[in-house]
Design a protein around this ligand. Structure first.
Ligand code: ADP
Ligand code: ZN
Length: 717
């Protein structure tokens, strides 16, 4: 059997994701591997599929019982014999397992590291008598002190290669940071390991930050729209998790608290209830999460500011493992930043304090961004990303812009008149004609003094900030920050270049949501059926089939087992075990409504991800983009569309770039073919993080729109 065939037969998937195929090929060739993939990327398949194909036993090292149990349940449901060994098992259970292992009746054996190498253990000699063909180390970052989740027992794994020198080891982690990666390779003593790094972008998560005002009210508004969905709410303190959970219960939500201070029984109970969808919301400190494989977490909310980007990204990453659209919401208040600053300072450890404060500052900057949040996150993890992801609040927001050329000219000439020797506050006071004695007498005589008196101080602060972002002004970073002109300033001063500012209130456009592409009533029936099956099998519902699978069913309406086979997630065993039962509600629904199977539509689209990846109707963002695209298809150019829609050209270009990126629009429609090589060259040499330098290199013959389009094309998905 080829890996491709096994993928379909055992897991019910049509295509490999990320670098799964290459990784699997390396394992089959008996090579050591380290694979870095984001959460939900599909790491497990990288060792589970070889385990199925290889004739022998795969040992999987995993840090937590909850994780092991989830994986073992999920494999068994798919007809792959798997087991775990843990201290909760009775001697009789253990004896039975040993028997099965001896008879080659187990394909994957899950173990905690201390089981393997703990003091009184004779497990290694026993395992050596078996035909071990692969060793997988899940959550491999636990071996590193640099990581966020160091587990001393992982250090014992250094002996693995001595004990099993000929068995390929595959180390897997979702930790991106370089120091940890290096540490993993060193500590595990892998032999000439092949390293696979996938993009860490979580395309199905939408990132939003809103100013925290009345957090409880804001939360309720958010949760009310998501009553049937599961989510995690992170708070900073144990006390507030309990209070918030209680308040949410009062409002009729199925919520429970989780933090390290609760006794083990309560923790286990709450976690289990969450996995089984009896509890929809877990209000937790960061103690909660690791070990949660629940694939249908639809949202993660941070009610308090996280301490650093690493933690934030990991926590938000717990949403949407099933690949369906999910949300990350952060409530930001500058007060929180102040509080955390206080905590970040560690008495007597200047070095450590400095690092923690820097990390906190990066987190605060993220909250205050006026540019794409996803790009910022990706850049933070050293990954290049284009400036318009189309699915963070910044990219989803249509900024109302106005012509601010005159305002810009006033600001730039003030800076120039003051000989580029003063900071922001002085320039603003000067522009507003302040009578303050700080303003030098000779400056009060200048013609520019007071030309900006009609604009408030806060507005001036904002305009200057934007001019700095647009690189018409710069700030020196040595000692006292001083405003200086840039080599683009003169274009504005001479009136060659127009400047647009964003109007004060930033509004996310909220058109009515379009009709959902799937049958919502059917989806909920399917969930009920799945729940029934899960209760009988005594596993969480998502182990039976994922939400993504049910959503496909409710979209393509399969009528027979043959049609059901085409739905992603049905391998042979699942199809035989649960196919009939899950088909029932679909057939009944279609008969009642007089609608037919749409499976033919799916087969055509096989290669592309179905549009139904989103649980919700397409958001306003995609509506507004589509509107632009339709006008474009009707033959209107960017200027005309901008005028017709009352949006800026920059926004329209952003919309069109999106379609270049998805492959629906040919880049050559937006950029003359002869210009593409030069832009491509510039992007490849200088990166795509910032447009202004690229524009500068390329010169006036190239527009921002053209540069953006080519970047979109280079990032085509
Ligand atoms: P990770 O361990 O990297 O966080 P998982 O291994 O739990 O991710 O996989 C996340 C989800 O994606 C699971 O539901 C898994 O079944 C699914 N998945 C994995 N590989 C594929 C694939 N090639 N096609 C479709 N779904 C996949
Ligand atoms: Zn974005």
């Amino acid at each position: 059997m080829t890996p491709q065939q096994a993928l379909q037969k055992y897991f019910g998937y049509n295509n490999f994701r990320h670098q799964q195929e290459a990784i699997i090929q390396h394992v089959l060739n008996k090579q050591d591997i380290m694979a870095l993939m984001p959460t939900g990327g599909g790491k497990s398949l990288c060792y589970q599929l070889p385990a199925v194909l290889l004739n022998g036993l795969t040992i999987v090292i995993s840090p937590l019982i909850a994780l092991m149990k989830d994986q073992v349940d999920s494999l068994n449901v798919s007809g792959i014999p798997a087991a775990f060994l843990n201290s909760a098992q009775t001697p009789e259970e253990q004896r039975q397992l040993v028997e099965k292992l001896k008879n080659n009746q187990v394909k994957l054996l899950y173990l905690a590291p201390e089981r393997l190498f703990g003091a009184e253990n004779k497990l290694v000699p026993f395992l050596k008598t078996l035909n071990v063909v692969q060793i997988a180390i899940d959550e491999a970052h636990c071996i590193s002190q640099w990581g966020h989740d160091f587990r001393p027992e992982y250090l014992m794994l250094a002996q693995l290669k001595n004990e099993f020198p000929d068995v390929p080891v595959i180390a897997l982690t979702a930790t991106a940071d370089k120091l940890t990666q290096k540490d993993i390779l060193e500590k595990l003593n892998l032999t000439k390991p092949a390293v696979f790094v996938s993009s860490f972008n979580r395309a199905n998560i939408t990132y939003r930050v809103i100013p925290k005002k009345n957090s409880f009210k804001q939360l309720i508004t958010f949760l009310n729209e998501r009553r049937d969905e599961s989510g995690i709410i992170y708070c900073l303190s144990r006390k507030s998790t309990e209070e918030l959970a209680a308040d949410l219960k009062d409002e009729g939500f199925a919520a429970e608290a989780y933090h390290a201070g609760l006794n083990n029984e309560v923790k286990a109970r709450n976690q289990e209830a969450f996995l089984r969808d009896d509890v929809k919301i877990i209000v937790a400190t960061i103690a909660f999460g690791m070990g949660i494989n629940k694939s249908n977490v639809r949202y993660v909310v941070h009610v308090d500011l996280p301490k650093n980007i690493e933690g934030y990204y990991q926590e938000t990453g717990r949403a949407g493992r099933d690949g369906l659209a999910s949300e990350a919401l952060l409530l930001y208040s500058p007060g929180d930043a102040g509080k955390l600053q206080h905590f970040a300072r560690i008495e007597g450890n200047e070095e450590q304090s400095r690092i923690m404060l820097n990390k906190l500052n990066d987190m605060v900057r993220y909250c205050q961004l006026q540019s794409c949040r996803r790009q910022y996150l990706m850049n933070y993890f050293d990954e290049a990303f284009p400036p318009n992801c189309g699915s963070c609040d910044v990219c989803l927001t249509e900024f109302k812009r106005f012509d601010g050329t005159l305002i810009a000219q006033k600001a730039l000439s003030a800076v120039s008149r003051l000989n580029e020797r003063f900071g922001v506050n002085y320039v603003i006071d000067f522009l507003r004609g302040s009578k303050n004695e700080k303003i030098r007498e000779e400056h009060k005589l200048l013609k520019t003094y007071g030309i900006g008196a009609d604009i408030s101080k806060t507005d001036w602060q904002r305009y200057l900030r934007e001019l700095i972002t647009m690189e018409y002004l710069q700030v020196t970073d040595d000692g006292y920050p001083i405003l200086k002109l840039t080599n683009q300033s003169s274009l504005v001063l001479k009136g060659i270049q127009k400047v647009e500012f964003i109007e004060t209130q930033v509004t996310e456009d909220t058109h009515a949501e379009a009709a959902p592409p799937h049958e919502a009533a059917l989806l909920s029936k399917l969930k009920d059926t799945r729940r029934g099956i899960a209760e009988l099998e005594n596993v969480p519902a998502y182990i039976i089939v994922s939400d993504a699978t049910l959503l496909e069913m409710a979209t393509y309406l399969p009528q027979s087992l043959d049609e059901l086979r085409l739905i992603s997630g049905f391998g042979d065993v699942k199809l035989a075990r649960y196919g009939r039962e899950l088909l029932q509600p679909v057939k009944a629904y279609c008969a009642e409504k007089g609608i037919e199977s749409k499976i033919a539509y799916k087969s055509q689209k096989r290669e592309r991800k179905p549009k139904t990846e989103r649980t919700k109707a397409p958001r306003s963002s995609s509506d507004t983009r589509t509107e632009t695209f339709n006008l474009y298809r009707q033959g209107k150019n960017v200027t005309e569309i901008a005028a017709a829609r009352g949006l800026s050209q920059v926004t329209i270009e952003g919309h069109l770039t999106y379609f270049v990126q998805t492959g629906e629009l040919d880049v050559q429609e937006l950029v003359p073919a002869e210009k593409i090589p030069a832009i491509k060259d510039a992007v490849e040499s200088y990166g795509n993080e910032r447009l202004a330098p690229l524009k500068e290199i390329l010169g006036d013959a190239y527009t921002y729109g053209e540069i953006k389009a080519v970047i979109g094309w280079l990032n085509k998905t």
